[in-house]
Design a binder for this molecule. Structure first.
Ligand SMILES: Cc1cc2nc3c(=O)[nH]c(=O)nc-3n(C[C@H](O)[C@H](O)[C@H](O)COP(=O)(O)OP(=O)(O)OC[C@H]3O[C@@H](n4cnc5c(N)ncnc54)[C@H](O)[C@@H]3O)c2cc1C
Length: 506
């Protein structure tokens, strides 16, 4: 099929990384850039309010992916929401902004991602950022993305900070996005605008440049495969309004469709494990055994206490955090536990949770999982959802992180700081079998990563410049390229990946 239109660059997916790329690549007026997005425009008001986004989960702005049956979760299939709209998951996410631990990036570097150590990536985090407290060694000012310290007053919990201090952690003026991430309690930072509206990838990186004549944005345009001429990517096939179309790329195609769809598109295009592609009748372009492998995701577990006081509901879901290591010997390892805290009922969840008494909620998050999974094609039909198997909690060490987390939470709940606040543990409850509670109540924190990892080993999919091995003119730039998932909510690293990818391309 002949390309209807020629571009220099085609970016597939207008999420965290894709919108940054569209902005930076089209800043050079001679670059003709096409941004393809399967979802629609982000016109729904719920996208833009601080507390409306939960109602979008399960809507037509959500891919609503399900995992395969998870054997360590008694066969549960877990729903993993992912944004299907301009802005991608940044249009429906909880907006927490966590760069990750410096050791995460130094680990990437040690695993073969040359030029991705913390020192190397910090300038790209700062380039995007407009931190409300100003620029510094660790924060950027004047970038497109507004970052604010927990703008929900009800959410800010001095008790949580004091309780952490009683247990020996830093509890005063701590910044987990600063020189040290672990062992300090702090109010979370958010990608939210000064007027309280969501700062999404689309509002921050696309809205200011919509008048660029060299940038074309097509929405409702679902990419179905990359077109190759021999080994060179020369375009993208996509479906829009029920019609199959082709756009040509004279320089490069960049896949930024997220950790589930970027590997899916590679596989549909003949780039992946030869045996699997052969079984589906997909012509092979490059035999890359690692495509879709190395899937890593964060998991969360609610730990709920009845409180003595009845505070107003919060607007955000959570807003206080502490990052810790759960095993004593983890000296040079990044933290494996993020502990979030919400001091009263989170307003957006109140209708769903329907709890008739006042509560506070601790949310431990497993941020360095040992359980690794994979994404595969279900069929050769590009419109089928991929088969997703994260192997959640298959490693007993991952269950143990939650066991340690519940211990830490109980210690915190027993501090002087919480003595006037906390009444009784409701869930899991002191007599509940903890292993059973963990396996039945954990769910995704929606942070899939790693399925097209940077590296130099046999399962690496892209090199340190994010170029797909074995072909030309094709990169991946999104959560898929992380060799290991970061210790904290992933969006900040995805913005950073977009910035660094654009810099390398230009
Ligand atoms: C409910 C939820 C809550 C979250 N909360 C937080 C949080 O508070 N803090 C945080 O740091 N992270 C959070 N995250 C995760 C964070 O949003 C993601 O890590 C980040 O957005 C991933 O960026 P990405 O560029 O890899 O993919 P996305 O941002 O998901 O973008 C991928 C884009 O590609 C599009 N696409 C997919 N397939 C195709 C196709 N075939 N053709 C064209 N376009 C396609 C998608 O529609 C989407 O727009 C949350 C995510 C979710 C879903």
């Amino acid at each position: 099929m002949k390309a209807e239109q020629q571009f220099d660059y085609i970016i597939v997916g207008a999420g965290a990384s894709g919108c940054v790329l569209a902005n930076r690549l089209s800043a050079e007026p001679s670059n003709r850039v096409l941004l393809l997005e399967a979802g629609e425009l982000d016109t729904r008001p719920e996208v833009h309010s601080m507390d409306g986004f939960v109602s979008l989960w399960g809507s037509d702005l959500d891919w609503k992916f399900f995992t395969e049956e998870q054997s360590a979760l008694s066969g549960r299939k877990v729903l993993i929401n992912q944004g299907k709209v301009l802005g991608g998951s940044t249009a429906i996410n909880a907006m927490m902004y966590v760069k990750g631990n410096p050791l995460n990036f130094d680990t990437w570097n040690a695993l073969g991602a040359d030029g991705w150590s913390f020192k190397d990536v910090l300038p790209y985090f700062k380039k995007s950022e407009d931190f409300e407290l100003g620029g510094s060694e660790y924060h950027g000012a004047g970038g497109p993305l507004s970052i604010r310290v927990c703008p929900d007053e009800v959410m800010r919990s001095q008790e949580f900070l004091n309780a952490a201090a009683e247990l020996g952690y830093d509890g005063t003026d701590f910044d987990y996005n600063g020189s040290r991430q672990e062992n300090g309690a702090a109010f979370l930072q958010f990608h939210i605008n000064p007027d309280g509206s969501r700062a999404s990838a689309s509002t921050a990186f696309l809205n200011p440049i919509l008048d660029r004549s060299n940038l074309t944005i097509k929405t409702g345009a679902e990419a179905t495969r990359v077109i190759f001429n021999g080994k060179r990517a020369v375009g993208v096939e996509f479906v829009q309004d029920g019609e199959t179309k082709v756009a040509g790329a004279e320089r490069e195609v960049v896949l930024s469709a997220g950790a589930f769809v970027s590997p899916k598109l590679l596989l549909l295009s003949g780039v992946g494990p030869a045996k699997d592609l052969g079984a589906l009748g997909i012509p092979l372009v490059a035999d890359l055994p690692g495509v879709g492998k190395n899937l890593q995701d964060h998991m969360q577990l609610p730990v709920v206490f009845r409180t003595k006081d009845n505070r107003p509901q919060t607007r955000l879901l959570t807003g206080n955090a502490l990052f810790v290591k759960t095993r004593p010997g983890m000296n040079a390892a990044p933290p494996d536990l993020q502990l979030n805290f919400t001091p009263s009922m989170p307003g957006p969840l109140a209708p769903v949770l329907n709890i008739p008494f006042p509560v506070c909620i601790f949310l431990p998050i497993l941020v360095q999982p040992f359980s690794i999974g994979e994404v595969k094609l279900r069929s050769a039909n590009p419109l089928d959802a991929p088969s997703i198997n994260p192997n959640y909690l298959n490693s007993p060490a991952d269950v143990d992180v939650f066991v340690q987390a519940v211990r830490l939470i109980r210690d915190m709940a027993s501090t002087r700081a919480f003595s006037d606040v906390i009444d009784a543990e409701i869930a899991p409850g002191p007599s509940t079998n903890l292993d059973g509670y963990i396996r039945s109540q954990t769910s995704t924190l929606w942070h899939p990563a790693g399925t097209c990892k940077i590296g130099q080993d046999a399962h690496a999919v892209v090199d340190a410049e994010l170029q797909v091995y074995g072909v030309e003119g094709l990169r991946v730039a999104d959560a898929s390229v992380m060799p290991t998932v970061t210790s904290g909510n992933t969006v900040a690293a995805c913005f950073m990946i977009g910035e660094k990818a654009a810099d390398m391309i230009l």
